[in-house]
Design a binder for this molecule. Structure first.
Ligand code: NDP
Length: 445
């Protein structure tokens, strides 16, 4: 790492002890900025990089609620408003027992560069709670969301901070959150949250956007190598929002998804995942992935090993951070995988990314490949601001164009800074320059 950036990184380690995911995300970005710092001393002279590593505001709050047994439960809520140089803070909420400040900060930090890469006027932020929705009744989820928003509402707004979904937060949760915001503020402020239902201010394609967008990105990677999805074997991890719609688009484009997973194990299905059945099990019944295999003759369930041991041409991790370590990356390469595109945020460890680089696997980081979700959220904000709603086809077309633009920007930037073909260097530098130039223009704030 460049000496000046090493100093910034050391300061981040010292100021944010115990936040390993945040350290990892910062390291990954700073490590690729060496050529930028050499060319543009103004970024270090004005401390833009140091300022970028310190959130503008961090909010931590108590979320008390009463469960179905009448017991009081206490969770912890977070909102990290990381950077608003390009627009209102924007980024999802994650409800998962693993959530703590370090995870929210890593996600918020990534979000700054991802949002900048989309070219849309949105800053970066992220939030969530250590609440585990799994096994909770509808009533419990609603009461939790209402309590969460009862604190959060004072910090957000369509011009301030616009949360959305992430792990454990889908349309149902966004509905309860929006309902409580509306009730407390007495305002039908559609633009305060994205990922809303279609009948109450949501955008068509938002549900599908992250998964579809990732696959559009892979389509461009394939085109770049004069190839296509035709007949490609694809493994997608997870079976939530991003995974399901990635699988749908892969199948539409002629590939075959042969395995997917959840936190209890994975299923292989060499005939290709039956999407209707998967949606029924995961979206309607909110069941476990094993139930898919129980109802599908060609599928097998395993809770031993990893979904990344299944042979494939293309890997789309779409579950969670650090799910592919060095050993699994080696396994993927040995099994013939040539493209990895991150639907999830930071699913590959730094060692895994190095394995991909050494093996010349084309690797697209989440901040580029999964930016379609937040980009479509920004389209939802545009529709809300103009009290309009666009049809599915034209919205999907916009998403496809945005992903294509991000793909090309990554490669052009990588070329310009001496790292041809590196999507991660290109994404980090292009996102960084966009947000840093805005910060320079706005002065020391
Ligand atoms: P969902 O909650 O809809 O689905 C998450 C999926 O990943 C589930 O199948 C879940 O299994 C699995 N999973 C979660 N945590 C773990 C874990 N620790 N170990 C193994 N499996 C796990 O979330 P999303 O699909 O929305 O998000 C998936 C990823 O995509 C996340 O990294 C998120 O940050 C990223 N992302 C999401 C965007 C969006 O628009 N939703 C936008 C950009 C990125 P189980 O149900 O068993 O927990």
């Amino acid at each position: 790492m460049h000496e000046k950036l090493r100093d910034v990184y050391d300061e981040v380690l010292q100021r944010n002890p115990g936040e390993s995911e945040f350290h990892q995300a910062v390291h990954e970005v700073l490590d690729s900025l060496g050529p930028v710092v050499d060319k543009h001393p103004e970024y270090t002279d004005s401390a833009v990089i140091r300022r970028l590593c310190e959130p503008e505001r961090q909010i931590i709050f108590r979320v008390p609620w009463v469960d179905d047994a009448g017991e009081v439960q206490i969770n912890r809520g977070f909102r990290v408003e990381f950077n608003s140089a390009l627009g209102p803070f924007k980024g999802g909420l994650r409800f998962h027992p693993s959530v703590y400040l370090g995870i929210v900060k890593f996600l918020g930090y990534e979000q700054i560069f991802k949002n900048a890469l989309t070219g849309l006027p949105i800053g970066g932020g992220k939030g969530g709670s250590d609440f585990d929705p799994k096994g909770r009744s509808e009533g419990e989820v609603m009461r939790f969301c209402q309590s969460f928003m009862t604190e959060l509402y004072r910090h957000i707004g369509e011009y301030t901070d616009v949360p959305a979904g992430d792990i454990g937060v889908g349309e149902r949760e966004v509905g309860y959150l929006f309902g409580q915001y509306k009730r407390i503020t007495n305002r039908y402020e559609s633009g305060v949250l994205t990922g809303k239902g279609i009948s109450w201010g949501g955008s068509l394609v938002r549900t599908e956007a992250t998964g579809y967008g990732t696959v559009f990105f892979v389509e461009k990677m394939l085109e770049h190598r004069d190839d296509s999805f035709d007949g490609k074997r694809v493994v997608v991890s997870g079976s939530g929002n991003v995974a399901i719609y990635a699988i749908e688009k892969v199948h539409e484009l002629g590939g075959v998804v042969v395995a997917c997973s959840d936190s209890s194990g994975f299923v292989t299905d060499q005939e290709g995942i039956d999407l209707d059945l998967l949606k029924e099990v995961k979206e309607v019944q909110r069941g476990r992935i094993e139930e898919y295999a129980e109802q599908r003759g060609s599928a097998e369930f395993s809770d031993n090993g990893s979904v990344w041991e299944v042979a494939c041409d293309i890997a789309i991790p779409a579950a969670t951070q650090n799910e592919i370590d060095e050993d699994l990356a080696v396994r993927l390469v040995k099994n013939g995988c040539t493209i990895v595109a991150e639907g999830a945020n930071m699913p590959a460890t730094p060692e895994a990314v190095q394995v991909f680089a050494d093996a010349e696997v084309a690797y697209a980081p989440g901040k580029a490949a999964n930016a379609g979700g937040v980009a479509t959220s920004a389209l939802e904000m545009q529709q809300n601001a103009s009290r309009d709603s666009w049809d599915f086809g034209s919205t999907e077309e916009r998403l496809s164009r945005i992903m294509s633009g991000i793909h090309d920007r990554c490669l052009e930037t990588a070329d310009a800074y001496g790292a041809p073909g590196s999507y991660s260097t290109g994404a980090n530098i292009a996102g960084f320059i966009k947000v840093s130039d805005a910060m320079l223009a706005l002065g020391v704030i």
